[in-house]
Design a protein around this ligand. Sequence first.
Ligand code: ZN
Length: 169
Amino acid sequence: MARPVVRLGAPVLRVPARDVEAITPETTALIDEMIAAMYAERGIGLAAPQIGVSLRIFVIDLSSGRDASALKVCINPEWVEREGMQLEEEGCLSLPGFSATVARPARAAVRGLDRHGAPQTIEGTGLMARALQHEMDHLDGMVFVDRLRGISRTMILRKIKKLERDGTW
Ligand SMILES: [Zn+2]
């Protein structure tokens, strides 16, 4: 059984994650759990806080498990560049059932370590740039609704509050 993905309301989603100090067998096991959780939910990306661990690690697989070479793992990522702007519909495994049009960079690149500790750069346009910004936001304690303006943000947060009250979140 994959570890459950925590939902908005969990405090771990709202704090900046800590750097990974050393890549230990526990780190590798955590990464495997992240990948399993992402695939179990048919997601294309997941950050460690989403399974309750406040560390700066994300995984992205735009093929959602169909193409093994598409899997990216990044430890302690930092921005290299972000440019342009795209507007597309976006969701999040921690906000199941909700989506919104979110402004994201058209092109993005991050630098970090792979699961073996080797330096790497991950870059892309379109969906990859969007996924990079989405996962980097999670590592800073942000979710996609924080990128929305006024009414759409308020409406989503209000609906989630109601689900929480009803005990169905
Ligand atoms: Zn997310």
